[in-house]
Design a protein around this ligand. Structure first.
Ligand SMILES: [Mg+2]
Length: 170
């Protein structure tokens, strides 16, 4: 039952991701969700901590690619500001966008990790393909109305996973 919804890691935010560990596991690229994972929902304000995180990731040899379900125009603006390519018109958990992301980074499923904040889009989509998945807590509680509804169920599942001791940190 947990198979496609259980992330490999569950951390507070992207800054908790252990680049060293990923390298040990032969991960070469990080596909990453935008809203409430990299940036607060519907925002393109980038702070120094984020810039530094991306710089460090690149220095460690990782390629990055944004995979987002949000509007193409905004993703393009953020993608340019961050200097990271993006797959637009995404429909997670559909497999196509994940495959497109890996086409951009030039990596295989086993060489790619996905980072996102939602179980039913990010985790489900990436796990179906067999990628390593890192779930982060959403940056803010501002988001689409329907996402808020889905969060109620998501919260329940995450609590249950936590109680069963299934969620790992680095
Ligand atoms: Mg998100």
């Amino acid at each position: 039952m947990w198979k496609f919804l259980l992330p490999d890691f569950y951390v507070k935010d992207i800054f908790q991701i252990d680049f060293e560990y990923l390298k040990q596991k032969s991960i070469k690229a990080i596909l990453i969700d935008l809203d409430n994972t990299l940036l607060p929902w519907n925002s393109c304000e980038i702070d120094d901590q984020l810039i530094e995180w991306i710089r460090r990731g690149r220095e460690e040899g990782f390629k990055f690619c944004i995979v987002s379900n949000n509007r193409a125009h905004r993703i393009k603006t953020c993608s340019e500001k961050l200097g990271i390519p993006a797959v637009t018109g995404a429909f997670k958990p559909g497999k196509r966008v994940f495959l497109k992301g890996m086409e951009i980074t030039g990596t295989s499923v086993k060489e790619t990790a996905f980072v996102g904040d939602q179980l039913f889009t990010d985790v489900l989509g990436a796990k179906r393909l067999g990628m390593m998945v890192i779930l982060v807590r959403p940056i803010s509680d501002r988001e689409f109305f329907w996402t808020k509804i889905i969060r109620l169920l998501e919260r329940k599942l995450i609590n249950l996973m936590e109680r069963k001791g299934l969620l790992k940190k680095f």
